[in-house]
Design a protein around this ligand. Structure first.
Ligand code: IMP
Length: 427
């Protein structure tokens, strides 16, 4: 039996999808444990190019059973859209998807309330994916959520929805937004639930059974460690936990059950949305990374902010996730650069003699800090067709070794392109 978690070590978009897709071929179960349809995974494989937001990437592997655990919030529109996409591509989902009835459901008022929050904050807004994540998780923790269990009983659902609209409609009205109609939402959600309910069954027993029988379970993290609601750059973060530890709560696994944690980090840094990013490049080099790396959001199509690899951040996120092996992605994006920098800590203008760690302050403090760098020579040779570590240019190997040394974590995989086979397995 092996339980492997795949988690992002930066601000999301580290190309976790590609690794989940690769590893899913040996997995009996692939399970999501956090987030919702704010995630955006792009997978390129024999069936085509898929942009998935909610369903586990493992569904692209015809033999894998996939789980959406109770830690995930579900947008029914997205689930229907994605299931149609799979069916149109000839992928049979029969018996392959299990969605926990404990999952909270994104209701039409959640994105509306989120837009009220974002507008009120003005320049200090989070810059969310507009999927209603903050409000739906807020409802979950304040006991105002509506779950699949509630949709099973029409009377229960009607009463819960009535209460929520009694709370939400006055807020919407106060901010000049249209009030929502109880009957319309009630009918719409029940009709959607009717299309989906054959997948809604508690996966806890299935996962436990697979573990008892020695199966392989892959835990598919969404977003990245620096967007974690607790340890990320709060309030410029997401609403759920993005760490490997969250997989235990999000799926009902005992902490001892996770054998491997594969941390995914880009060979540089990107971020979508607001918040501090100490190694951000706003010059031509930043533009080169954006263009070479096609750095535009999967969900929102926003251009991603780009910058140098920040080893201080990744060392911390490896530690907090218990990362056992690293996958360094998009190395090829650095191919043309004559020199490279790696962030190794921060200096604050008030105490310039001291080199700080990420965890020593909050987002406001981090925004005032400057990154400290080491310089490395670029390799200026194409790497996208290389498939073995030995064939990499010596300067690329030196960069990889430096990343290992600074993050104190061994690099097992190097990705040099979006395709499944554009991967170097180091050991
Ligand atoms: P939310 O998760 O939509 O509430 O957005 C909160 C923050 O997390 C924003 O900065 C988003 O850009 C960021 N975010 C959420 N999901 C992802 C993702 O999958 N990749 C990258 N950034 C994300």
């Amino acid at each position: 039996m092996t339980v492997t978690a795949v988690v992002g070590l930066q601000w999301g978009d580290e190309a976790k999808g590609k690794f989940v897709d690769l590893l899913a071929k040996d997995a009996d179960i692939v399970a999501r444990f956090n987030g919702g349809d704010n995630a955006g995974h792009t997978v390129v494989n024999d069936y085509g190019t898929f942009k998935l937001r909610l369903t586990p990437n493992g569904l692209l592997n015809p033999k894998t059973v996939c789980v959406i655990g109770p830690g995930v919030v579900v947008n029914l529109d997205t689930l229907i859209q994605e299931s149609k996409m799979f069916q149109e591509s000839g992928l049979d989902l029969t018996g392959r998807l299990w969605i926990s009835p404990r999952c909270n459901i994104v209701m039409p008022y959640h994105p509306m309330i989120e837009s009220i929050f974002e507008q009120a904050k003005g320049a200090s807004r989070t810059g969310t994916t507009k999927r209603g994540m903050g409000p739906v998780f807020a409802d979950k923790v304040s006991y105002n959520g509506i779950r699949f269990y509630d949709l099973e009983d029409e009377a229960v659902f009607a009463e819960k929805l009535r209460i929520q609209l009694a709370i939400k409609n006055p807020i919407l009205k106060a901010f000049d937004m249209p009030e929502l109609d109880l009957e319309q939402i009630f009918q719409e959600k029940l009709a959607q639930y009717a299309q989906l309910k054959h997948w809604v069954r508690e996966p806890y027993g299935l996962v436990q059974e697979a573990l008892a029988e020695g199966g392989n379970v892959l835990l598919e993290g969404a977003q990245g460690a620096l967007l974690d609601n607790q340890w990320g750059t709060y309030p410029y973060c997401t609403a759920s936990t993005t760490l490997s530890g969250g997989a235990c709560a999000g799926l009902g696994l005992k902490p001892q059950s996770i054998d491997h944690v594969i941390g995914i980090a880009k060979a540089y840094t990107t971020r979508v949305g607001s918040g501090p990013m100490p190694t951000e490049l706003t010059d031509e080099t930043g533009k080169t990374l954006q263009e070479e790396g096609a750095e535009y959001g999967t969900v929102t199509h926003r251009p991603r902010r780009c910058g140098w690899f920040d080893a201080e951040l990744v060392q911390f996120t490896c530690q907090i996730n218990g990362v056992t092996e690293l996958a360094l992605t998009k190395l090829d994006v650095l191919d043309k650069l004559p020199s490279l920098r790696i962030g190794v800590g921060y200096r604050h203008p008030n105490t310039p003699d001291q080199l700080y760690h990420y965890w020593q302050g909050d987002s406001r403090w981090l925004a005032e800090c400057q990154a400290e760098y080491i310089e490395m020579e670029g390799w200026q040779q194409p790497t996208k067709d290389i498939r073995s570590y030995e064939q990499l240019p010596e300067k690329a190997k030196a960069y990889i070794k430096k990343v290992e040394e600074l993050t104190q974590t061994p690099i097992r995989y190097i990705s040099v392109g979006p395709e499944r086979d554009a991967t170097i397995q180091v050991w």
